[in-house]
Design a protein around this ligand. Structure first.
Ligand code: PLP
Length: 461
């Protein structure tokens, strides 16, 4: 090799004899058969640049210089290749289902109760900006986030509704709160005063919600120290108490004594405030479980999160409201092979082929949120039938097993490279839910929906 190849792509100015890309594709579909892509190509549909192998050949033919010089790629055209064609794994976010869930919550709480859509953690893995906008268009009036950064993301996407950070940020973040018009939750007098003074210096008000600790012992002013707190800070003219809230630790549990103690303490704090001549502003306490189960604690506003994404916070809510799952998880088969009896599959070879099985690979692993603890314990759906995931789940890929024998009336499924696989969702009578996965792992679905958001492309439908 005479030429140096600094990035592996230089040095091809002179073609080797024998391969002619332009003529090689005439009357012949180069790879084809890649699910709908191949079918569309064969049906003579003009292949957009984005669609699979045919599109790639077309692209090269249109762009390669005839003298064999380096192809001249147009970044705008490259951008047209959709996320699902760059990588055969994606989550699908059904905004219509999301809208129905927001509406169901709105109807459940009735007139006079506002809805704060909790869109923290990138809307539980569903995409904060799209979910926030959809929620606001469906009747939600407030947004709840966990961090200042999450609030700024909404503002930069031109979301203009009131945004509450559901905890007290560091004092050093105060300029960001004021600059982006994001309300903090406050429970420390020092923070309140610094916040007020900064606002005063800019000649603006310092709106906030007061967090009250009624028993969860996470954040907040103790319920019996609220008046004392207010006395310490109320001298400041810029400070503006817009709302007062607490958070329940057990609204989703069967045993509800602790819940009632928290409610009682919250009411005590509120009447203490009123007796001291302080208007608590917008009163709110209910997360999804409390919103659905306990109308008594709706107050002026509810703060549902998980329910908006179509997931029940607990069994008890299932018969009280109809929710529609928003997230489904998809992939395409990237390899498929018949594996002889007793050969192992994946790291550790914990699984051995029983014979007569096809092992199919998908490009989803624990780096995508498919938790390794699910190895051999979850099913995927292909063409409406369930198939067991087998072998250890790798970081970026995993395998599943298709029994090639036919029993009874079972339809034979013979997956090919490019065929679609459903990891979470419903197809016909077959369904795999985030609840199923959470139960298998001994965790909650919240953790799983968020996990599926870190690397997988997201498609809104
Ligand atoms: C996360 C959160 C919610 C939403 O809880 P869900 O159980 O998802 O409905 C509401 N309020 C606060 C303070 C939260 O941190």
């Amino acid at each position: 090799m005479a030429e140096e190849l600094p990035n592996g792509f230089t040095g091809f100015a002179k073609r080797k004899p024998g391969f002619e890309p332009a003529s090689a594709t005439v009357g012949h579909t180069p790879v084809g058969g890649y699910g709908p892509t191949g079918a569309a190509a064969l049906a003579g549909t003009p292949a957009p640049y984005s669609r699979g192998a045919q599109g790639a050949f077309q692209y090269a033919r249109d762009h390669a210089r005839p003298n064999g010089g380096a192809a001249n790629f147009d970044p705008d055209k490259l951008r047209l290749i959709p996320a699902t064609d760059r990588r055969w794994a994606w989550t699908e976010i059904d905004l219509n289902a999301f809208r129905r869930n927001v509406t169901a919550i709105k109807q459940h709480v009735g007139h006079g109760v506002r809805v704060m859509a909790v869109v923290k953690a990138d809307a539980y893995g569903h995409g904060a900006v799209r979910c926030a906008k959809t929620a606001l268009n469906s009747g939600a009036e407030y947004l709840g986030v966990a961090t200042v950064e999450e609030a700024i993301e909404l503002r930069e996407a031109l979301v203009n509704a009131p945004v509450l950070v559901l905890s007290q940020p560091p004092i050093s973040a105060i300029p960001l709160l004021l600059g982006y018009k994001v309300m903090p939750s406050i429970y420390e007098p020092d923070f309140a005063i610094q916040y007020a003074e900064a606002a005063d210096a800019y000649g603006i008000r310092a709106p906030y919600h007061l967090a009250v600790n009624t028993g969860m012992n996470r954040i907040g002013v103790r319920y019996d120290q609220v008046v004392e707190f207010l006395n310490q800070v109320s001298f400041h003219r810029a400070l503006d108490l817009v709302g007062t809230f607490t958070h329940f630790a057990t609204a989703d549990a069967a045993e509800t004594l602790d819940f009632h103690i928290q409610t009682k303490r919250f009411l005590e704090a509120l009447s203490g405030m009123r007796a001291a001549g302080v208007d608590p502003g917008i009163i709110h306490a209910a997360n999804s479980a409390a919103t659905i189960r306990y109308p008594d604690v709706h107050f002026d506003m509810v703060r549902p999160g998980i329910a908006l994404y179509g997931l029940h916070p607990c069994q008890e809510t299932r018969h009280l409201i109809e929710l529609h799952p928003v997230m489904s998880v998809h992939a395409r088969v990237t390899d498929a092979r018949l594996v002889p009896m007793s050969e192992g599959v994946s790291y550790g070879m914990n699984y051995r082929s029983p014979g007569s099985v096809k092992i199919c690979t998908i490009p989803v692993g624990y780096a995508d949120g498919l938790r390794r603890g699910l190895s051999g314990r979850t099913d995927f759906i292909v063409a409406g039938q369930r198939f067991r995931q087998v072998g250890n789940i790798c970081m970026d890929q995993c395998m599943f097993e298709v029994d090639m024998r036919i029993y009874g009336t079972r339809r034979r499924i013979d997956p090919q490279i490019g065929d679609e696989v459903l990891l979470v969702g419903r197809q016909g009578d077959s369904v795999v839910t985030l609840d199923d996965m959470a139960n298998t792992l001994g965790t909650i679905h919240y953790e799983l929906s968020i996990g599926f958001s870190h690397r997988m492309p997201r498609v809104y439908v």
